[in-house]
Design a protein around this ligand. Sequence first.
Ligand code: FES
Length: 181
Amino acid sequence: MSGATDTAGLSAAAIARIDREIAKYPADQRQSAVMSALAIAQDEKGWLSTATMDAVAAYLAMPPVAVYEVATFYTMYNRAPTGRFKLTVCTNLPCALSGGDHAAVHLKKALGIGFNETTADGKFTLKEGECMGACGDAPVMLVNNKRMLSWMSDDKLDALLKELSDAADRGEGAPNGGGKP
Ligand code: FES
């Protein structure tokens, strides 16, 4: 179905990646690729606008609302622009009791923001996460959904912020990062 619909400005490379995901399923079940397609779109755009989700829906021959449901259910999908680095800290009970809450407080203080906020310099967005399946490694967190970090002491958190801040200065991190539409 390549080229048959508005792809909301997704690159040919992104569409090719989505096509590879679609090819993993029977021809009449292309919507099974929705999670992968949204992740690929987000990799390229940095976040999922309504236009992007609508394009994914059209490409997968799904009702847009079905795509919105997926995008709003999973915290890995960004429904608004984020900073270059989205930090998601697990604060579910097992982690909360093992340092997760402390790590969240430390990050809030170090960044000067609360959950669901982005630093003024556009480098960081802080999120509260659900169980990441690594409860024994608390405090645990994700950077931009893909880099998992364990046993995040205050010192390790500070080192991480320095590393990512430097990376943001080099223009690394989420595309279109900066917390602005
Ligand atoms: S509760 Fe945090 S990883 Fe499971």
